[in-house]
Design a protein around this ligand. Structure first.
Ligand code: NAD
Length: 479
């Protein structure tokens, strides 16, 4: 069992009280003892970050880059330990945990490079007796609030650009999965960042989270989590006109056209609907299939889904671990029940697996539903569970209309061999990212984020760096 600490002003310390982090694959196993940071711990961390800001922001970007590169190397050295911890506390298969940490390493390396590319502008002026220069400077202390489902990656997506830009940070990991994120911060900080530049305070949302949101010394908030939490944070942060980036919930649709590459569509939809038990913001939550191809697609999906091995994430055979907590499993069951009551048909799954290895965890069998429609909660709300509802449609226009019939707009998926059709669909879908014939919209150098109620701002790419920077215009009289 790991004992997790807080990092405040360059010192790792324990909190007055601790709590147990539980393994969702075996609820009798305590994975870690985590510190229950308080509002005053958060205040101390913010003060430390505030003091450290001036020196850190004035460092040469090349020095910041050097530390980020070193941090990436240290994380890579500890990947096995971090991956195991990530699997133990989130339930995801070890191979997925290792991929998550590798991606976090790439993110740190990428922002090490981007740190040295924060260019300004020399602006033409109306009068020749003045000159105008535009520079970009870090916004100040950044509060980074992350969820439990990708606790390391999503932290790296914020930490990389924030440090590269010259911000100092106070991190609040998810109180439910704080262990791997905090140990990741330890590895990053071991690169030798000056005291106070990086602070991490695990603890409750109502204590640590709220302090970050309300403390006027936090200039920028970068939040990933539920849409309702994001709205609350935005409202509270408005009091101080903080800069706020929000990465929120999703309800992604996939459109499978009549000319879709069938095998690619089946494996793509199955992977993106069930990976991490559907507990991903860009999970495929709804499939719209053209009637001509429906029968063979549905048969293929059911065959592939029933082959998926559910089990403990540490077992190398496992494709899908447990769900993260009981409440999410119950919500999934409620959505399935609601759909069945309204006329949907269950083709596989819909219940917990049986057997000794499943008794102590939040396991669930991946589920495929057909005969669904938009009266059902499963088509309108973010289930955040392993269910693929498939709806047969008569035309592409109908598919687009239904796909856009949601308050969310994070990701969408299209499967077709026709490039023109792909382009038209991608243009008409209301989402921050559209994946064509592939199961992921995430690309390190491309902006990631949501339209509509899926968020404000972008992560990854050079655009993420912008959100930690302010413009400054310097106007000089020539004398
Ligand atoms: P959550 O909103 O419950 O919590 C996210 C983080 O915010 C946690 O650290 C939590 O402690 C903190 N928090 C909660 N209330 C707060 C408050 N009032 N003030 C300050 N901090 C507060 O979300 P979750 O259950 O951890 O994550 C799942 C959600 O995250 C899903 O809706 C999913 O779609 C979304 N998500 C979005 C993205 C994206 O990039 N758009 C990525 C991953 C997850």
């Amino acid at each position: 069992m790991k004992t997790i600490q807080m990092l405040i002003d360059g010192e790792w310390r324990s909190a007055k009280s601790t709590y147990n982090v539980i393994n969702p694959a075996n609820t009798e196993e305590v994975v870690a003892k985590a510190p229950l940071g308080t509002r005053s711990d958060a205040q101390e961390a913010i003060e430390a970050a505030y003091r450290a800001f001036s020196a850190w922001s004035q460092k040469s970007p090349y020095e910041r880059a050097k530390l980020l590169r070193k941090a990436a190397a240290i994380v890579m050295e500890r990947i096995e330990e971090l991956g195991r911890l990530l699997t133990l506390e989130t339930g995801k298969p070890l191979k997925d945990s290792l991929k998550e940490i590798e991606f976090a390493v790439r993110v740190l390396q990428y922002y090490a490079e981007e740190a040295t590319r924060v260019f300004g502008e020399w602006v033409p002026t109306i009068s020749q007796s003045v000159r105008s220069i535009v520079i970009r400077q870090p916004v100040g202390v950044a509060g980074l609030i992350v969820p439990w489902n990708f606790p390391v990656d999503l932290l790296a997506w914020k930490l990389g650009p924030a440090l590269a830009a010259g911000c100092t940070v106070v991190i609040k990991p998810s109180s439910e999965a704080p262990a791997a994120a905090t140990e990741f911060v330890r590895a990053v900080n071991d690169a030798g960042f000056p005291r106070g530049v990086i602070n991490v305070v695990p603890g409750k949302a109502s204590e640590v989270g709220l302090e970050l949101v309300e403390n006027p010394k936090v200039a920028k908030l970068s939040f990933t989590g539920e849409t309702e939490t994001g709205k609350y944070i935005l409202e509270r942060a408005a009091k101080h006109l903080k800069r706020v980036s929000l990465e929120l919930g999703g309800n992604a649709a996939a459109i499978v056209c009549d000319d879709a590459p069938l095998e690619v569509a089946i494996s793509g939809c199955v992977r993106r609907a069930f990976s991490h038990m559907g507990q991903i913001c860009i999970s495929i939550n709804r499939v719209y299939i053209l009637k001509e191809i429906a029968k063979s697609f549905i048969e293929g999906v059911v065959e592939a889904t029933t082959k998926l091995k559910v089990g403990n994430g540490l077992n190398p055979e496992t494709d899908l671990g447990p769900m993260f907590r009981e409440e999410l499993r119950q919500k999934t069951k409620e959505h399935i029940r609601d759909a069945l009551e309204k006329g949907a048909r269950l083709l596989c799954g819909g219940k917990e697996p049986e057997g000794e290895e499943y008794e102590k965890g939040f396991f669930f069998i991946p589920t495929v539903l057909i005969d669904v429609d938009h009266r059902m909660r499963i088509m309108r709300e973010e289930t955040f569970g392993p269910v693929m509802p498939i709806m047969v449609v008569q035309s592409l226009d109908e598919a687009i209309k239904l796909a856009n019939d949601t308050r969310y707009g994070l990701a969408a998926y299209v499967f077709t061999k026709d490039l023109s059709k792909a382009i038209i669909l991608a243009e008409r879908l209301e989402a921050g990212g559209v994946a064509v014939n592939i199961n992921d919209v995430t690309e390190l150098q491309a902006p990631f984020g949501g339209w509509k109620q899926s968020g404000i701002g972008r992560e990854l790419s050079r655009h993420a760096l912008d959100s930690y920077l302010e413009y400054k215009h310097i106007r000089i009289g020539i004398i």
